[in-house]
Design a protein. Structure first.
Lengths: 308, 308
């Protein structure tokens, strides 16, 4: 198995959906990525920062999932990053109510000694200069570097984003962001333009409409599992990314055919994530549930037609 | 092979997309359905009505595709149904500019003698009482009846629509229409509610986001092929339906696993339809092109994961 390093937020979220609302609960990109990847039993570590208000039991929970938290800096005098949002009735759109950066405002990432030899690096959605700083600290280039980003960084830190994107292998972004980044409406053309910016692989996340994986020659599509009820979409994209890189790290195979499987695992885990608030579902997922849902994915997508 | 009867509009369309505009060209649901189904070499016939302005060469073209046009009534004193629309830049939405019902306003369908024994019946998007009238004229219930409809009939002829839906096997509608029809946002729940209204099979068309096939136990998903350029979406839904029922009619197998293949063929043909204006692409499609694109669909969707 390849050692996996995850850089991203560990945070408090307060979420409101049509089905209810939460107080401050555990959230953050690195949290979701780590929990998702943990289903493959990979050795992973998180680089992040939290404040003195962060409950130790959350760190314990991450440790229980085989996630090394020594890279999570604890600034006792500061407060943990806090995001609050309210989803609209269709759950496809949301309003951000509060974004308190707190200790994240002057975050200086530091890769722990024991992860300087990581083979797989997941750069969660963060300021591109933080993502770049982590790349610089790792002496031997990892086997695979995956980066997630969002429209906020395209709007505000475009030049830094362009620089870090040159150094990675896989970018994961949503469809609107792919269009913004490339200036192309067609996602096929958008992926081509983004390839030219650096990444050999482009993953376009379309939420309930699934995800596309492109390299320069091939394209693969994984649908989202049609669900009776989506309860809370928070973290679904990060859970997808965690399943993707977690599977690749566990198998140490970065061929396109293996990446297809990784995309299916990402979609599989994301379909669990949205069933309950926050990390609740992901913190407690059995191998049997995963296998049963994998069977559903096969039934949903696999067909037999002889080519003549 | 099962004999296929298609009821629907044969029309003139004038289309404007960001890529150009057309004068009055051949259009109509039955036209697209028939051309699409013709790729399987099935014996098919159309029940429709046109005016004296309808060019004979269009009828010839349909005949050349092995489509019986004896059920297309020609009202020489009237004018052919005319629709004109303009697509927005994203091609996902459009404005209807003109709808001239003309001879369609008092259309009384008449199934020709030689199609009274049809095994497969496709009721294209039309007034539900016209759809019902066709069902009544056929003495022995066909093996499979597929119905397409739209929000206009839900808004204006709900009671008639509910009656005809009780008598069919498969309904094809788009996602927004499925939500309107069922009052459910979740497409899984929407399909369940629509099953209760009659149809054993529900096909939900999501345009560029693919199509879902439900029966009461199973669900299957076919993506739309990601294309560099969508030129004109007109007729894509009817082309999908024509591929679906055409494949079923040619194989005479209405098992769920065969319906999966039918949905893939529907998506396959729809991906060609949108590449040129109107019926241009569908009127001239080779088996080699179809097979090559089928290969693309397999590469796009098929993966190998062992279940444990």
């Amino acid at each position: 198995m390849g050692k996996l390093l995850i850089v991203g937020t560990v945070a408090f979220d307060a979420i409101e959906t049509p089905f209810g609302k939460t107080d401050k609960i555990l959230g953050g990109a690195a949290t979701y990525i780590g929990l998702s990847a943990s289903n493959f039993g990979v050795t992973s570590g998180i680089v992040s920062v939290v404040g003195g208000d962060f409950p130790l039991e959350y760190l314990d929970m991450l440790n229980d999932h085989n996630i090394d938290t020594s890279g999570i800096e604890i600034k006792r005098e500061g407060k943990t990053f806090f995001w609050s949002g309210k989803y609209h009735n269709d759950l496809n759109t949301r309003d951000t109510l509060i974004t308190d950066l707190n200790v994240l405002a002057d975050f200086k990432p530091k890769v722990p000694e024991n992860f300087l030899d990581c083979e797989f690096l997941m750069l969660g959605n963060l300021h591109p200069s933080v993502q770049m700083e982590v790349i610089k600290q790792i002496p031997v280039r990892p086997k695979l570097v995956v980066l997630d980003t969002m429209n906020f960084w395209m709007d505000n830190t475009w030049d830094e984003l362009v620089e870090v994107i040159k150094k990675i292998d896989v970018i994961t972004i949503n469809d609107e962001e792919a269009r913004q980044m490339s200036g192309e409406y067609s996602l096929v053309k958008a992926a081509q333009k983004i390839h030219e910016m650096g990444p050999k692989y482009v993953v376009i996340k379309k939420g309930e409409h699934g995800a596309l994986l492109f390299n320069e020659e091939n394209v693969f599509f994984a649908p989202a599992l049609p669900l009776e009820e989506v309860f809370d979409p928070t973290g679904a994209g990060d859970t997808f990314a965690g399943g993707f890189i977690g599977y690749l790290a566990s198998s140490r195979d970065i061929s396109f055919s293996n990446m297809k499987r990784a995309v299916i695992y990402g979609s599989n885990f994301a379909s669990f994530c949205v069933e309950k608030f926050g990390t609740e579902r992901m913190a407690d997922l059995s191998q049997k549930e995963i296998q049963n849902r994998l069977k559903q994915f096969k039934e949903l997508t696999q067909f037999e037609i002889e080519l003549s």
